[in-house]
Design a protein around this ligand. Structure first.
Ligand SMILES: NC(=O)c1ccc[n+]([C@@H]2O[C@H](COP(=O)([O-])OP(=O)(O)OC[C@H]3O[C@@H](n4cnc5c(N)ncnc54)[C@H](OP(=O)(O)O)[C@@H]3O)[C@@H](O)[C@H]2O)c1
Length: 336
């Protein structure tokens, strides 16, 4: 009887340790937004640590990234995207360690290093712990830090879905990438290089050496030069700018070429010439694609670009930097 009891206790202990780390605290520090507004609405608060559902894992977050969409939601300009009723915890990019899993059949184990894009309707990344759907996560490449890993998911999935899923970029094709030094642009240039495309990228002159290092063949200073003067026809355009840049880019598309916007369509974009494809996409959180991206990082085809790091409590400064729209690569909240 005693032996049976001991055996059962041992088994249940094993079960608990397989599902969770034993030291998870009851509360965690987060950045909480209780009303929409300026950067001052980003407040450091303590809230209970959530419990993962069966299709989820709880991760101890080591780093989260800032994206322009975070500032749009915070300011009240894009509430439909967050899907969150106030108060909410911002942040769609995380890298960390699995603390607890919702089911024993989870493909991830307690202690695994993972990174993920959190669904745009949920968020929750600016936090010591975050809920991640199993379908959103991938194993973090061992060759990069959590800061670098957190910089990858949202922007790289955006570039991947625009270039490969939507525009079907092929080796030898020509692509025009606007804002090539930004979060999306800097990984789009590297993905296009890996695919074997010829790349024309726009950026301020001070970013041109950086763009060439990433793989751009031709660089254009959008402030002082017209990209039409550097290229006659392109197969694909990645448009993170919109407006006049989008309209002028449509005019450069080859017969059958594709422009993919990530900022919505102008009236020309909504009514393009019949011989070209123009579309607007919204990134999807896809763990399967993120795993392919992780492999590219491991194989040295993709190098994360982090240019600013802030502690969690300085999320306000991180948003101010993002709002300059002058950031090279990504801004990270380091939560170690
Ligand atoms: N639809 C989606 O799913 C999706 C996903 C991700 C992002 N987005 C949107 O896409 C846009 C870009 O995102 P991001 O993360 O790449 O932003 P970001 O990192 O803040 O972009 C900053 C970069 O933009 C460049 N830039 C600013 N104005 C420019 C212009 N007129 N022409 C060329 N480059 C210009 C700057 O280059 P210089 O410093 O060289 O001037 C800077 O390097 C944002 O509006 C974001 O909300 C949409």
């Amino acid at each position: 009887m005693k032996v049976q009891f001991l055996f059962a206790a041992l088994l249940s202990g094993l079960f608990i340790s397989e599902l969770s780390s034993s030291q998870t605290p009851e509360s965690m520090e987060v950045i909480l937004v209780s009303k929409f507004g300026g950067t001052d609405v980003l407040e450091l608060q303590k809230i209970p640590v959530p419990v993962p559902a069966e299709d989820e894992i709880l991760i101890r977050v080591h780093a989260a990234a800032i994206n322009p969409v975070d500032t749009s939601i915070r300011s009240g300009r894009a509430t439909s995207l967050s899907g969150a009723t106030l108060p909410y915890v911002p942040g769609f990019d995380v890298s960390g360690v699995v603390e607890r899993k919702g089911s024993t059949s989870s493909p991830f184990n307690v202690g695994d290093e993972v990174f993920a894009m959190l669904d745009l309707r949920r968020g929750g990344g600016y936090s010591e712990y975050a809920i991640v759907k199993i379908s959103e996560a991938a194993l973090k490449p061992v060759s990069i830090s959590h800061d670098e890993a957190a910089s990858v998911p949202l922007v790289t999935l955006t570039a991947w879905q625009a270039l490969f899923d939507t525009a079907n970029l092929e080796p030898g094709q020509t692509i025009l990438i606007h804002a090539g030094a930004g979060g999306v642009g800097s990984v789009a240039v590297q993905l296009a290089k890996w695919r074997g495309a010829q790349i024309i990228a726009t950026a301020s002159e001070y970013n041109h050496d950086f763009l060439r290092e990433l793989g751009a063949d031709v660089t254009v200073d959008y402030r002082t030069q017209r990209f039409e003067d550097f290229v006659n026809e392109v197969d694909v355009v990645l448009d993170p700018i919109g407006g006049d840049t989008q309209d002028r880019s449509i005019g450069l598309l080859k017969n059958g070429g594709s422009l993919v916007s990530i900022v919505g369509l102008t009236s020309t974009g909504r009514n393009p010439p019949t011989n070209v494809n123009v579309s607007s996409i919204l990134v999807e959180a896809r763990g399967d694609q993120l795993q392919q991206i992780a492999d590219l990082i491991t194989e040295d085809h993709l190098d994360p670009v982090v240019s600013y790091r802030f502690p969690l409590e300085d999320a306000q400064l991180a948003h101010e930097q993002s709002e300059t729209r002058r950031t090279r690569g990504k801004i990270i909240l380091n939560i170690d």
